[in-house]
Design a binder for this molecule. Structure first.
Ligand SMILES: *[C@@H]1O[C@H](CO)[C@@H](O)[C@H](O)[C@H]1NC(C)=O
Ligand SMILES: *[C@@H]1O[C@H](CO)[C@@H](O)[C@H](O)[C@H]1NC(C)=O
Ligand SMILES: *[C@@H]1O[C@H](CO)[C@@H](O)[C@H](O)[C@H]1NC(C)=O
Ligand SMILES: *[C@@H]1O[C@H](CO)[C@@H](O)[C@H](O)[C@H]1NC(C)=O
Ligand SMILES: *[C@@H]1O[C@H](CO)[C@@H](O)[C@H](O)[C@H]1NC(C)=O
Ligand SMILES: *[C@@H]1O[C@H](CO)[C@@H](O)[C@H](O)[C@H]1NC(C)=O
Length: 380
């Protein structure tokens, strides 16, 4: 008995500390009841003193903002982000960018846009030329800039480049960080449902035709413009590693210039890829320059029939060496530019005199002569 009595207090004090569930529910219920009664009393009081009208108005004015917020149109849901800066990391961003509508008919007037993705170190010395190119074509293009994270842009408010910076990270030539930057640009551009074509350009690129010509060329093409060829030499297949198989066989190994143009379907595929990404990250490291192989190879395997296998960005390798020629102020003449424009290419299985829409590489000193010749030679 004494032992049992000694044991007795323990359970009691435990009950005091943590009440059993039914008791707590009862307490909550009582509290709720009091709140209800309190609210009713206050309501009755206000109605008696201020009349039903004003009480209803008071309740409305308290709760209506919530109702109004929930009455959002489709336009609100699909609006492209105004502020391009965000705190998403790549994993979060790529996931968000991979959203795809399953119903193919857009229930709104969709005007497809060209996403111009500037992969730069910092400033855009040729910006005034681009400004002229874009002038008057608002609504048909979007601009995205990926630069060194340390770079602080100083574009004025009236510039098309103002506020177009995306969250960036250091990107090194020939390394996966370069492809990461390109995928980051694509992912940010994909967040705007109206972007249909995505073109990668650099600070040394210039447009060779007016905006309408460029827009129609991309819009009417059956193919995306990704350079892709089978280079049998040491700088092509020579960079292939057997570990790439079975995802990539040597016959599927491709090489191409970094400066691509892809449509929305291919852009989505590049952003969502994990299968090839892992292989290239591990087995294509310098002297395998991953930005020359990853997208061309992957797209050839998965969408070989959707790419034109050529780029729309002109570049001059004729001087030889590891880098293409850079053109400065003294190079810019009408004759030189006529040579750049010259061409005969396959476009939708027919021959076209327009091969390149853009050209590189142009030094800052070329800006003034280009501006003076642009309207006559390029039509803008
Ligand atoms: C929601 O907004 C539309 C137009 O903006 C309006 O016609 C409609 O009456 C509103 N619906 C409600 C429940 O407020
Ligand atoms: C922005 O900075 C660059 C130097 O980094 C300078 O040349 C340019 O004039 C500046 N532009 C404006 C609009 O302040
Ligand atoms: C663009 O250039 C093309 C070909 O030179 C010309 O036919 C067209 O009128 C130009 N468009 C504009 C808006 O300047
Ligand atoms: C690569 O080759 C192997 C064997 O020839 C084959 O089984 C595999 O399907 C090929 N991979 C691709 C992606 O075509
Ligand atoms: C591009 O090359 C692939 C093979 O690598 C081929 O299947 C495709 O037809 C080519 N595209 C065009 C437009 O010729
Ligand atoms: C362009 O090339 C095609 C085939 O390569 C040829 O048939 C055509 O005559 C050429 N066009 C011009 C203007 O040289």
């Amino acid at each position: 008995m004494a032992v049992e009595e000694g044991k007795e207090p323990a359970p009691v004090s435990r009950t005091n500390q943590v009440r059993p569930l039914p008791l707590r529910l009862l307490q909550l219920f009582v509290l709720f009841l009091f709140l209800c009664i309190g609210f009713s009393v206050v309501s009755l009081y206000t109605i008696r003193h201020f009349g039903i009208e004003s009480t209803v108005t008071a309740v409305k004015s308290n709760f209506l903002p919530c109702l109004e917020e929930s009455n959002v149109s489709l336009g609100e849901w699909i609006k492209a982000p105004v502020d391009l800066m965000h705190s998403m990391n790549d994993e979060e961003l790529f996931w968000r960018a991979s959203f795809v509508p399953r119903i193919k008919n857009y229930p709104f007037q969709r005007v497809p846009k060209v996403g111009f993705m500037f992969l730069t170190k910092g400033p855009l010395p040729l910006a005034p030329l681009w400004e002229r190119f874009f002038k008057g074509h608002q609504g048909l293009f979007s601009i995205y800039i990926h630069s060194l994270p340390s770079f602080i842009p100083n574009f004025t408010h009236d510039s098309v480049f103002h506020g177009r910076q995306i969250p960036s990270q250091v990107a090194e030539w020939g390394r996966m960080s370069m492809c990461d930057a390109e995928r980051r640009l694509l992912a940010n551009a994909l967040l705007d449902i109206n972007n249909e074509w995505f073109i990668l350009v650099s600070e040394s690129c210039i447009p060779l035709y007016n905006f309408s010509v460029v827009y129609d060329y991309l819009k009417n093409s059956k193919y995306s413009f990704v350079g892709s060829f089978d280079d049998l030499g040491p700088y092509g297949r020579g960079r292939y590693r057997l570990e790439m198989a079975p995802e990539v066989n040597i016959t599927e190994w491709r090489k191409g210039a970094q400066w691509f143009e892809v449509d929305r379907k291919l852009a989505l595929n590049i952003v969502q890829d994990t299968k090839f990404y892992r292989k290239f990250k591990e087995f294509c490291q310098p002297s395998c320059y991953v930005d020359e192989h990853y997208f061309p190879t992957m797209l050839t395997i998965e969408f070989g029939n959707s790419i034109a296998n050529r780029s729309v960005t002109w570049v001059d390798w004729s001087r030889g060496g590891a880098h293409p020629a850079t053109f400065g102020g003294h190079d810019i003449t009408k004759e030189f530019l006529a040579g750049v424009l010259e061409g005969n290419c396959s476009y939708n299985e027919r021959s076209s005199s327009i091969c390149a829409l853009f050209a590189r590489k142009f030094a800052p000193s070329s800006l003034q002569p280009l501006l003076s010749l642009a309207s006559e030679v390029f039509g803008y």
